[in-house]
Design a protein around this ligand. Sequence first.
Ligand code: NAD
Length: 470
Amino acid sequence: MSVERISFCAQVNGNFDKAARHTRHEPGLLKQIRSCNVVVQVSFPLRRDDGTVEVIEGWRAQHSTHRSPTKGGIRYSLMVSEDEVMALAALMTYKCALVDVPFGGAKGGLRIDRSRYSDAELERITRRFTFELFARNLIGPAVDVPAPDYGTGPREMSWIMDTYATLAPGQVDAIGCVTGKPVSEGGVRGRAEATGLGVYFAIREACAVAEDMRPLGLSTGVDGKSAVVQGLGNVGSYTAKFLQEAGARIVGLAELEGAIHDPRGLDVDAVMTHRRETGSILDFPGAANLRRSADALELECDILVPAALETQITAENAKNIKAKIIAEAANGPTTAEASDILLQRGVLQIPDMYANAGGVVVSYFEWVKNLSHVRFGRMARRFEQASNLKILHAVEELTGRQLDDATLTAAAIAAGEQDLVRSGLEDTMVEAYVELREIRAREKVDLRTAAYIDAIDKVARTYSERGIFP
Ligand code: NAD
């Protein structure tokens, strides 16, 4: 049987088993780490705007409660199923462990095509789903904290927060029941772009390693490399933007309606504006339309960024992929069989668990901000600025050289919330890549297996530190 017939969840478990063979944990502990602790299915009625009633189906999986709260996005897509939600929840557990975010993994989803519903219907759906979660103690700042994922964004998160706060009156930390909220609703500056910025940092770190670039025939650095991005939602659009800002040439972009190609490079902002105005990325001035959207994956380029959904790179198309680096911005975009083909072909795969961890890292910062009830930088910013100015004035006195006002102001400036969030994100992504490379070298494995080994070891450590499975 082709491995490709195996479900998403089984593929995640297959990756886990492959990595577990490189660890020394006892089988019972490995089984505990791998298994999904809780999965709940709900269905509820929606009164549509035309008066008819429809039944909405959804799930929430808490893969691992070894740490509280559990954390993971909520997606709205027709592909949502129990299997998908369980696979994504498991990836969340491993991702949080990998980047040292103290949460267990969770994921939720509703099987809906959001484009079929009005804004009012989407609000009713989101609020009712929150109620279903609340009624089962599956949401709360200390229990389980959702975030945006495919098909959801800040607006849905603020509906979730408002519903939860209404159901839990007087709960001082209620605002921390969900992350990815608008800044005006308790969100953190820097969350919107966090996943895409994290993907960019992951690519930058991978491209900085000369010994990894050499076998690919590439020089170090992002500058001058060509890239293709599939999916121009939250994650894909920001990844493309940050790659372009770092000097990469975006030669191809793909969306549901089709894909465009321009070897000279596409202007990401201009393509986004064109899509907003015309409803499609196709017919962008100067670019060629591709026959099928999926053809973009096979374009000539250095870096391919699948940022849409799982199972996009399969045994069917893996052999046709020309990219030398694949940065998995989406969760599970590469099937296990495809991943093996790409490994044999020497393609450097930056695994989803690491590449798209920026979202949960900054969600963690948002949760911390919500529980502390103070904006990052609020207490220290003016003080730091004044201290910096004092140091600069002391330097002026010592050197006898006067700095002009503009230089002084620029040099003295202290970090605001977004600067701090981006700095914390960058530090996390840089540190995690160093760890991944060390494990890859020590165990002689690929980056994906190294990521699973790291995650398994860290979750196992939590159990043994608690005296369970010593
Ligand atoms: P999104 O809904 O904002 O955007 C996804 C985009 O992909 C949409 O514009 C959609 O039209 C497009 N798309 C869907 N199928 C496509 C296809 N076959 N070809 C081309 N385009 C296609 O979703 P998102 O939040 O950007 O999430 C994308 C992926 O990133 C998901 O796998 C999600 O789990 C993962 N992810 C998201 C976050 C986050 O913070 N949002 C964090 C970590 C991982």
